[in-house]
Design a protein around this ligand. Structure first.
Ligand code: BTN
Length: 261
């Protein structure tokens, strides 16, 4: 495995934050959690050219061939685990900023609950946040793993996928994408007020996908159809079932409307 200082690869994060680059690794999220065990200084970014065992939400694989961005940010704030409810939304907004910075049209880049970012209604990124808590439910560490489809995307994904290249017709290099993402995520985390969620969620709602629409929901091992009403300040998705009953979800997946549904 070739690895080394990220500056050799043109990868620089803001404020001197350390960046470790691996040409290939299993998963940058794995590198980040292993770094906690070895006592590596945080915050730190891990970036890989390719991943041999990239992981998505719900243990799904994340195809990771060369050309897209695969990175994980490890940080260790003094927060309770319960303070993290809005973090996925904050990260989604940073990914959205990045796509716009790379030339995507503002109105075409939308956030899909809980933490997907779409370009022209197709998935163009994945976010996998992993954390661990110590005594008293204090956060020990947080790993924010992000994959951006810059030039490749899976043709057979459960939710239609796309890439920046497919949407803008120009090629994007990993270093440029990482530079924009690390800056915007760093700024957003610095300004983050975990217990004052209103402004952040307002911003997320203003660019959200699917509200007011009937969608297919996968949650708690069940599949059903419901109309999306809103995403609340605590991150819960409020929806109306076909029988008129409203409920709020904190985990699950939302898919495009069923054909003839
Ligand atoms: C999803 O949409 O299911 C989340 C996908 C997250 C993929 C990124 S790529 C960088 C980091 N390393 C991983 O193994 N996964 C995340």
């Amino acid at each position: 495995m070739r690895q080394g200082p990220a500056s050799d690869w043109g990868l620089l994060a803001p404020n001197g934050t350390d960046v470790e680059f691996h040409e290939i690794c299993e998963s940058t999220n794995n590198l980040a959690s292993a770094a906690v065990t070895t006592g590596k200084q945080a915050p730190v970014w891990f970036v890989a050219g390719e991943q041999s065992a990239g992981r998505g939400r719900r243990s799904r694989p994340w195809t990771s061939k060369s050309g897209n961005l695969y990175c994980s940010y490890l940080f260790r704030p003094s927060l309770k685990i319960s303070d993290l409810a809005t973090l996925p939304f904050l990260v989604s907004l940073a990914v959205r900023d990045t796509f716009i910075g790379l030339g995507c049209q503002d109105g075409a880049v939308q956030c899909k609950w809980p933490n997907d970012v779409l370009i022209s209604e197709k998935k163009a990124s994945g976010i996998l946040i992993e954390s661990s808590a110590g005594p008293g439910l204090d956060t020990d560490f947080i790993v924010v793993g992000i994959g951006l489809n810059l030039i490749h995307y899976p043709a057979d994904a459960q939710f239609s996928a796309t890439s920046v290249r497919a949407e803008t017709n120009h090629t994007v290099d990993v270093a440029t994408a990482f530079k924009i993402l690390s800056h915007t995520l760093g700024q957003r985390i610095q300004a983050w007020q975990p217990r004052d969620t209103g402004g952040l969620m307002e911003e997320w709602r203003a660019c959200s996908w699917g509200m007011g629409r009937r969608r297919e929901i996968h949650a708690g091992g069940e599949t059903f159809h419901a109309t999306l009403i809103s995403v609340e300040d605590d991150g819960g998705l409020r929806l109306r079932m076909d029988n008129g009953i409203e409920k709020q979800l904190y985990a699950g997946d939302v898919f495009a409307p069923p054909i003839n549904g």
